[in-house]
Design a protein around this ligand. Structure first.
Ligand SMILES: Cc1cc2nc3c(=O)[nH]c(=O)nc-3n(C[C@H](O)[C@H](O)[C@H](O)COP(=O)(O)OP(=O)(O)OC[C@H]3O[C@@H](n4cnc5c(N)ncnc54)[C@H](O)[C@@H]3O)c2cc1C
Length: 495
């Protein structure tokens, strides 16, 4: 074997996955067909949940100062994301290329073997291992073998096609434009403004005087382009919709995108897995694609590592599809709904008006914000009545070992964590057989607000991805059963 895992694609999904695998001590080769990063940024910023995920791995400080805000939208209708229960707000000003640079540095520091100018062109599943055919810088072909292959190679994924995954959905119905321009004074339209001719957005991109514009003109048919559109096309569409002439602006980057919506029916076929855009494509509404890819990677990384390292049975890998495919289904649903709201014409106005009224109800805002930010995600971790079961562990300040820490900080190493909040020696004893995989931490909670689901909690088992796998009181499974399900057999029972 050349590596335990080969990851195809060094986009945000592949890089996050490489970092997660290395954190768990798994050797990984990442292949990317590009000689170097393009520096282009489709995404700008990330959601509250990705802020939390980066925080739990200690990555936020690497991105420096960033503009954050609770101002969000659903299909162009303003939603206050401050209704979410998180210590973080969404990041709004971090170009995707900065996020990728940060993730690449982190993954390399952890020892990921990232090989550029390597195009994966074919794969062979030999049952007990995977072999990939890779075209190198001089056009030469070579072969690499690994136990598992993960396709993080974007919407047109070679891995997905070569491994025979189905990718059903709907084709693009229209083409939209994106341009980063300089030398025009445009008022920010961060939430889409709808006009009779279509929808536009504009906003500052960093602090270099660059403005990002998005133009969605009704009736623009989808096109399969081999080259990006000209800036003149984009400026003409902008003018037809808004009446404003921006044709004199300098342009740094122009691109076209569509609203094709497709979801792989399986996220795993034997030794091949898919994550990120390789598994799901959709209209970029509400900035969710990169976030979902990063969170796919965080769900998959520790599971794949456990299976590769032999500490958990292979069945753990099936929970990756079981947990993330429903997330993909909701992503398809909500981006389609958002597209209907902001890409259609006056016939939808009554529906927009009704929704605008509904959004005034906090419960409705929380539902929509939770869906778009990823904070609503609840995995099936077994029966019980504890309100946090399956949800992500909220940030909890702790005092343990006479020092302050937090549930977020304790996840930095990417290990499982049993938080014993009542100094319960019996509980710790029951978990001792998993101490090679799970940190047993006795600590006192600090500043838990009354009414919080953590207020009466005596212990919580948190998976490496930050989701609550068991909590007391309230879980119907007993602790050893939960530990075995997520972390494999106890070492004490084995010996
Ligand atoms: C206009 C627009 C705006 C967007 N805004 C946002 C936003 O604000 N927030 C958000 O979360 N998302 C946004 N997205 C979506 C986001 O850009 C994608 O979801 C994200 O890039 C997916 O990451 P990925 O790593 O899965 O795939 P990609 O970023 O596509 O990376 C795939 C990588 O695989 C490599 N590759 C491909 N084929 C091969 C091969 N055969 N061999 C080797 N390497 C290969 C590619 O070179 C590339 O580096 C937006 C998208 C668009 C179009």
């Amino acid at each position: 074997m050349d590596a335990s895992v080969i990851v195809a694609g060094a986009g945000p999904t592949g890089l996050m996955l490489a970092g997660e695998l290395r954190l768990a001590g798994v050797d990984v080769i990442v292949l990317d067909r590009l000689r170097e990063r393009t520096g282009e940024s489709r995404g700008l910023g990330f959601t509250t949940r990705t802020m939390e995920v980066f925080d739990q791995r200690g990555l936020l400080h690497r991105l420096g100062d960033m503009g954050t805000s609770n101002a969000g939208h659903f299909g162009g209708l303003p939603v206050d994301f401050g209704v979410l229960d998180s210590i973080h707000q969404a990041a709004k000003t971090v170009p995707q290329s900065d996020t990728e640079t940060m993730l690449e540095e982190w993954a390399r520091e952890l020892g990921a073997d990232i090989r550029r100018d390597r195009d994966l062109i074919a794969l062979h599943d030999h049952g007990d291992h995977i072999e990939v055919v890779v075209r190198g810088p001089g056009g030469e072909e070579g072969r690499l073998a690994a136990h598992y292959l993960v396709g993080c190679d974007g919407g047109r994924s070679t891995v997905r096609k070569a491994a025979g995954f189905d990718f059903p959905g709907t084709a693009a119905t229209m083409e939209m434009y994106l341009a980063d321009i300089k030398g025009v004074d445009l008022a920010p339209r961060l939430i889409g403004e709808t006009y009779s001719g279509g929808m536009v957005m504009s906003g500052p991109l960093g602090d270099r005087g660059v403005t990002r514009i998005i133009v969605c003109e009704h009736g623009t048919p989808p096109r399969r382009r081999t080259e990006p559109p000209s800036y003149a096309e984009v400026a003409a569409a902008w003018q037809r919709i808004t009446g404003i002439d921006i044709s004199h602006a300098e342009h740094e980057w122009v691109s076209a995108f569509g609203d094709a919506t497709r979801l792989a029916t399986e996220y795993r076929r034997g030794r091949v897995l898919l994550a990120g855009d390789a598994a799901h494509i959709h209209l970029p509404a509400g900035g969710q694609g990169m976030n979902t890819g990063i969170q796919d990677a965080v769900n998959l990384g520790w599971k794949l590592a456990s299976v590769v390292l032999g500490t958990a049975p292979e069945a753990l890998l099936d929970t990756y599809h079981g947990e993330r495919h429903p997330v993909g289904e909701r992503l398809m649903m909500n981006t389609k709904a958002q597209g209907l709201l902001f890409l259609t014409g006056d016939e939808i106005q009554p529906l927009r008006d009704v929704l605008k009224e509904l959004i005034h109800y906090e419960e409705v805002s929380r539902h929509l914000a939770g869906m778009v930010s990823g904070l609503e995600i609840r995995y099936d971790v077994g029966p019980g009545r504890h309100p946090l079961l399956g949800l992500r562990m909220p940030h909890l300040e702790l005092v343990g070992d006479r020092r302050k820490t937090s549930s977020t900080e304790l996840l930095r190493a990417g290990r499982g964590m049993l938080l014993d909040l009542e100094d319960n020696a019996v509980l710790r004893d029951r978990a001792a057989g998993w101490s090679h995989r799970v940190d047993l931490v006795t600590a006192e909670p600090h500043g838990v607000p009354a009414g919080s689901p953590l207020a009466d909690t005596s212990a919580v088992l948190v998976r490496p991805d930050g989701h609550v796998a068991w909590a007391a009181p309230g879980s119907h499974h007993d602790l050893p059963m939960a530990l075995e399900r997520w972390f494999g057999p106890s070492r004490i029972q084995q010996s």
